[in-house]
Design a protein around this ligand. Structure first.
Ligand code: GLN
Length: 536
């Protein structure tokens, strides 16, 4: 039977609960244990697929095609277990399922209540992940901040776990903020005391406290937190601000967090070994030899979380090329207003990410034209590929009004359009082409030289496709269709021969990049950008 670790957050949101959870998973995995992670999201949406990126940040897509919280991206980047649709649970899914059971009559005439029906459903779904994954340890991150109304059923279910499985099979970790007050030069523990107090009212006494802090926590302070929060002093762990998120597993391991957890579970395993991580990830990311600046031309640049996996994949590509990657975030509407020349000076590469809707599209197309004409390395992802095709059709094939039917339903040259089966779809949630699909790569292409093999699997999240009616003409004018989904003959990768690095893909490679195994398309992009930088 799996052991369970529940991770809650207190005081404020955005403390890095997802990264902390992933880091704990990493240390435990390095001890030879099989680990998996789960994220419980208190919102009522069934999944984040229909949410605006400004509300939610990136939607992370799993191999099996679930649209999930971006924390699952952190989990996959830190540990080796793949995430599935079962690893992200929302209030919406829980109620959906309970109401469906009630309509079927499964509850035999009972009144359906939060306790026990909702909490039982939550517990069952957590246990199911433990059973299916055959993990030794399941880490369950509870979204939101302790004290929120929305997360109460999740916390109650977490509390019941130690009743159901026995105290020795469950660990509660609470992540809090210990703020530093500049004018009085003091570190304050009161918010942490209150947050632990609130958890206790719910019936959960945390076993371990992880304190986010700007300043180191003195022994005295740890003693104080220990006393007031009723937590052993060695289980008060300091989580000081760091330069790279990839340092966190090392920081936690140095405070023997893994020993404390395994001690609680009475588990014995080999010592943790993070040497490879330390040498090949942390050292490389904190002291790189080279530097390169690339532009991300998008719509949601003001929000760090909107393109989370892309920023991470760029940093992995930096690690692989021993370079610090500076990302200049450029609003595509600024390119529309000011012109590509003005916005894209001193840039060694251009990346156009995925997205939805017409706003900002013309700026993206101009940025791509600039990359093509100036032989600047270019990587287009999903919508980025669709824009590259539109640009090529308009400016290299004489199809002046080429467009996607997403932006112009009656476009004269619909080079990007809906497939027949997508035309019949009415619901927005979960109805796109989602998850991993195979792609066959053409010999002698840039894609083949990057991947080094002919068959790949990449994750998708889009509705529109390249319109094969235009394949012959575009090929004749020099666009290479180097990756195809064989079953439906769909274009997956396009590139331009003779350009130093111009490649655009219908899928999302960013979801599969790892800090110690950069994705080949990103690695090649940064390599080409570095070469371009040297030229410039
Ligand atoms: N809006 C485009 C489509 O639905 C691209 C989606 C994306 O970039 N993820 O096909």
């Amino acid at each position: 039977m799996a052991k369970y670790i529940f991770i809650t957050g207190g005081v404020i949101s955005s403390l890095g609960k997802g990264i902390t959870s992933a880091s704990i998973g990493k240390i435990l995995e390095s001890r030879g244990l099989k680990v998996t992670l789960m994220k419980l999201d208190p919102y009522i949406n069934v999944d984040p697929g229909t949410m605006n990126p400004y509300q939610h940040g990136e939607v992370y897509v799993t191999e099996d095609g679930a649209e999930t919280d971006l924390d699952l991206g952190h989990y996959e980047r830190f540990i080796n277990t793949s995430m599935t649709k079962f690893n992200n649970l929302t209030t919406g899914q829980v109620y959906n399922s309970v109401i469906a059971k009630e309509r079927r009559g499964d509850y035999l005439g009972k009144t359906i209540q939060v306790i026990p029906h909702i909490t039982n459903e939550i517990k069952e779904r957590i246990r199911r992940v433990g059973d299916i994954s055959k993990a030794d340890i399941v880490l369950v991150e509870i979204g939101g901040t302790v004290g929120d109304i929305e997360s109460l059923p999740f916390l109650e279910a977490a509390r019941q776990f130690s009743h159901d499985l026995g105290k020795g099979n469950v660990v509660y970790i609470h992540l809090t903020l210990v703020p530093y007050i500049k004018c009085s030069e003091e570190v304050k523990t009161k918010p942490t005391q209150h947050s632990v107090g609130t958890l206790r009212e719910i019936g959960i006494q945390p076993d371990i406290l992880i304190c986010r802090t700007e300043k180191p926590l003195s022994d005295e302070l740890k003693e104080k937190i220990s006393l007031f929060c009723n937590i052993r002093k060695e289980a008060v762990i300091e989580n000081k601000d760091v330069n790279s998120i990839y340092e966190i597993p090392i920081i936690l391991k140095n405070q023997i967090l893994d020993e404390i957890i395994l001690g609680h579970f009475n588990l014995i395993s080999k010592p943790s070994d993070l040497k490879h991580w330390e040498k090949d990830v942390v050292e490389k990311v904190t002291s790189p030899k080279h530097k390169v600046t690339v532009a991300l031309v998008g719509k949601y640049i003001a929000l760090q979380d909107a393109y989370k996996s892309i920023y991470e994949a760029l940093s992995h590509a930096g690690i692989a090329n021993d370079a610090r990657v500076e990302v200049e975030r450029i609003d595509s509407e600024d390119i529309q207003k000011l012109g590509a020349d003005k916005c894209l000076r001193k840039i060694s590469g251009i990346l156009v990410p995925g997205g939805f809707g017409y706003r900002g599209i013309e700026g993206k197309i101009r940025a791509i034209k600039f990359a093509r004409e100036n032989r600047l390395p270019f990587l287009g992802l999903c919508l980025g590929m669709q824009c590259a095709v539109i640009e090529f059709a308009r400016n290299c094939c004489g199809l002046k009004d080429a467009n996607s039917t997403e932006f112009k339903p009656k476009a004269r040259y619909p080079v990007i359009s809906l497939l027949e089966e997508q035309r019949k779809v009415n619901n927005l949630g979960g109805t796109m082409r989602l998850g991993a699909y195979p792609c066959r790569i053409k010999n002698n292409s840039l894609a083949f030289s990057l991947y080094g093999r002919a068959l790949i699997h990449e994750r998708h999240r889009h509705r529109y496709e390249f319109n094969n009616k235009y394949r012959k003409l575009l090929t004749k004018k020099g666009l290479v269709f180097s990756g195809i989904y064989p079953k439906d003959n769909l274009a997956e990768i396009v590139e331009i021969k003779g350009h130093p690095y111009f490649i655009a893909v219908q899928f999302h490679p960013e979801f599969k990049s790892k800090p110690d195994n950069a994705h080949p398309l990103f690695k090649g992009f940064i390599k080409a950008a570095l070469e371009r930088g040297l030229e410039g």
